[in-house]
Design a binder for this molecule. Structure first.
Ligand code: HEC
Ligand code: HEC
Length: 337
């Protein structure tokens, strides 16, 4: 088994004076609002596994999961060793393939497949709200300054806008000068004469785009307005067979789908059993659902796990092979053919 659980290498945890004592009424009002939101999001996305107060075996899905079981978030001596940023990074990471031929995973990296990521489901601001709520479960307070971070990103965007406007002005001036000179001499405009300004403008535009994206990631859910195109699933039978095998592996080793879905006797019960997915669901629908469930059903509890095109195809093809006999009870209805 690979070392895909985080090996903790923290030194002494540096004590930081709690911000709560230092901030004014406006800020703590903001904090209250923030933690109320965090509590609601936790109830929607985390409670089935971690329980209402974070304790082991409290969430209805806890006992159905394989080891490692969802972490006890109320355990202060363990959770207290994490910085706010560590908890944020766990909730907002990229999933890694933990199989022996999978991704490279650092010793200090958290990569348990059955702990989903929420990076592709929630805004960073929402994730910070959840981190704040998780802190309260083990009697600590969020020290990270969320409002400060947002201001910083807003200011960075404003400043990038100003720089871009200025670079544009300088470029236009240089271009006009080159053009006037060419007119005077009666020759073609020399593009090289203002190439430096064009380049600087391009660079300023790139920085503005980055600052805009950083602020958007902070304030907006990633799936908002996303439209997933229909996939081309046509391929030769041997390629399809290979993809299906890959999908079967990724289902467990990278995306931990088994943490929430049952196949046969194995797996969690947050989502419907997938034993009969091959009969009930068509691969095109499954592909689009896996790429981004929120694009199809904004409030679904299933997080978007960041499946790229190839992974979504592979897992969709694998689900197509699941054709167990009919059970006694009817199953769920999402996306039924
Ligand atoms: C499908 C079940 C499941 C869901 C849903 C889930 N978790 Fe987890 N969580 C786990 C498992 C499994 C672990 C790994 C425990 C371990 O490594 O011992 C874990 C670990 C953690 C850890 C500890 C990470 C570390 O570095 O050791 C934190 C913090 C956490 N989860 C927070 C959350 C939050 C917040 C949410 C909701 C946004 C959430 N989890 C949703 C199953 C889940
Ligand atoms: C945190 C739990 C969770 C994880 C992880 C998860 N799912 Fe889901 N899944 C759900 C829930 C809940 C639903 C029901 C969605 C709804 O109706 O909003 C669902 C629905 C589905 C459906 C539609 C099922 C039907 O019968 O209509 C499919 C297919 C599916 N998931 C596949 C997967 C696959 C494949 C993965 C891994 C890549 C995965 N899920 C990971 C919770 C999860």
């Amino acid at each position: 088994m690979r070392a895909w659980r985080r090996i903790r290498v923290f030194g002494a945890v540096v004590g930081v004076v709690g911000l709560s004592g230092l901030i004014g009424a406006g800020c703590s009002m903001f904090q209250n609002e923030q933690s109320a939101k965090g509590k609601k999001l936790y109830a929607h996305y985390c409670m089935h596994c971690h329980g209402e107060t974070g304790k082991q075996n409290e969430g209805f899905n806890w006992s159905s999961m394989t080891d490692p079981k969802p972490k006890d978030l109320s355990n202060k001596s363990e959770m207290g060793t994490f910085k706010d940023e560590d908890i944020f990074a766990t909730i907002s990471r990229d999933m890694k393939d933990t199989s022996p031929n999978g991704d490279k995973i650092g010793d200090d990296e958290f990569a348990v497949p059955t702990m989903p990521t929420f990076k592709y489901t929630l805004s960073e601001e929402e994730i910070w709200g959840i981190v704040g709520y998780v802190r309260s479960l083990h009697g600590k307070k969020l020290e990270f300054n969320v409002e400060g971070r947002k201001k910083e990103l807003q200011e960075a965007k404003q400043s990038a806008e100003q720089k871009y406007t200025e670079a544009e002005r300088v470029e236009q001036e240089a271009e006009k000068k080159a053009s006037d000179e060419a007119d005077k001499k009666g020759v073609e405009v020399d593009d090289n004469a203002y190439a430096k300004e064009v380049q600087a403008m391009g660079q300023a535009k790139k920085e503005l785009d980055q600052a805009t994206a950083a602020l958007a990631n902070f304030t907006t859910r990633p799936g908002k307005g996303l439209n997933i195109a229909r996939p081309d699933l046509s391929m030769k039978p041997d390629a399809a067979a290979k993809m299906t095998e890959i999908g079967k592996q990724l289902y467990v080793t990278k995306y931990g789908c088994n943490g929430c879905h049952k196949i046969g006797e194995e797996g969690g019960k947050v989502g419907p059993a997938l034993d009969r997915a091959g009969y009930r669901l068509n691969p095109t629908w499954v592909y689009r659902w896996l790429r981004n469930p929120q694009a199809m059903k904004p409030d679904t509890r299933m997080p978007a796990l960041g499946l790229n095109d190839a992974d979504a195809k592979a897992v969709a093809l694998y689900l197509k092979t699941l054709r167990a006999p009919k059970p006694d009870k009817p199953l769920g209805k999402v996306g039924e053919e």
